[in-house]
Design a protein around this ligand. Structure first.
Ligand SMILES: [Zn+2]
Length: 269
């Protein structure tokens, strides 16, 4: 995948993927694990979270990953002082949906197929494509890391990505995580489905819905920019046992913090 257009700030802040063509949109969604996980694995060289293929080397593994090294609006970041946003708070409407959980090796991905599941933000509607997990958290809150972060990946009709991040702290058992853990695939590449499972995705969101918003990137190769990030300021709870199980399944899968490079961070509430 040629990232030259994805690294163009002006394009990325509008409808980057639309202008860059349908093929790139498909490749990006595949890279995210949306659709056909096995094919996505074959498209790119192996990358990892440590060693010779670790985050500091991603940008050198292939030209397609150049944004990981050269990008100026990369994710994750430390979420600190923010200006109050001038637009209204994003609306999240997630209906219960069946289970379709894939062990991708680097993470666990719950694919979302049932409509209507979406996010309204800045006058635009986004459909939820998948959610996945990072242990520990990728973003930090005023320098504080959390044991886990959930990423809800949304796309609008033109392929513009909006990712909602939720910090997870140690506390009460989370019912939805328990549903996932009861069926969780243990082998890389394995998918478990349960059409009868009614996953309550709202239980993976905090009651107080205030968001940090900034322009960033995918946190995994190809590190494509132009992603609208919305990270909730309040964490949700998961039990120590749930956090331990998820961490053991995925390993450490958090990209290190990236430079802010003068980007504006806003608080939406
Ligand atoms: Zn993620």
């Amino acid at each position: 995948m040629n990232n030259s257009c994805l690294s163009n700030k002006e394009l990325c802040q509008s409808k980057v993927l639309n202008r860059c063509g349908a093929m790139k949109k498909i490749l990006l969604l595949l890279a995210l694990g949306v659709g056909l996980p096995a094919l996505a694995e074959d498209l790119y060289p192996d990358w990892d979270y440590e060693g010779y293929a670790g985050p500091e080397h991603w940008g050198n593994l292939t030209m397609d990953f150049a944004s990981c090294k050269n990008g100026k609006e990369q994710s994750p970041i430390d979420l600190t002082v923010a200006e109050d946003a001038k637009f209204s708070a994003p609306q999240l409407r997630y209906a219960a949906q069946p289970l379709q959980l894939t062990h991708m090796g680097h993470t666990l991905v719950e694919e979302v197929s049932a409509a209507p599941l979406h996010l309204s933000f800045g006058g635009q509607d986004y459909n939820l494509k998948q959610l996945h997990f990072h242990t520990p958290s990728e973003h930090q809150l005023n320098g504080k890391s959390f044991p886990m972060e959930v990423h809800f990946v949304h796309s609008d009709a033109d392929g513009q990505l909006a990712i909602v991040g939720v910090f997870v702290q140690q506390g009460q058992t989370n019912a939805t995580l328990q549903q996932l853990l009861q069926k969780v695939p243990l082998l890389k590449g394995e998918t478990v489905t349960d059409q009868k499972a009614a996953l309550d995705l709202n239980a993976l969101l905090p009651k107080t819905k205030h968001f940090y918003h900034y322009m960033g990137s995918l946190t995994t190769p190809p590190c494509s920019e132009g992603v609208y990030w919305l990270v909730l300021t309040h964490p949700i709870d998961a039990s120590a046992e749930q956090l331990k199980q998820l961490s053991q399944l995925m390993g450490k899968n958090a990209r290190p913090l990236q430079q802010l490079n003068g980007r504006t961070l806003t608080l939406v509430r």
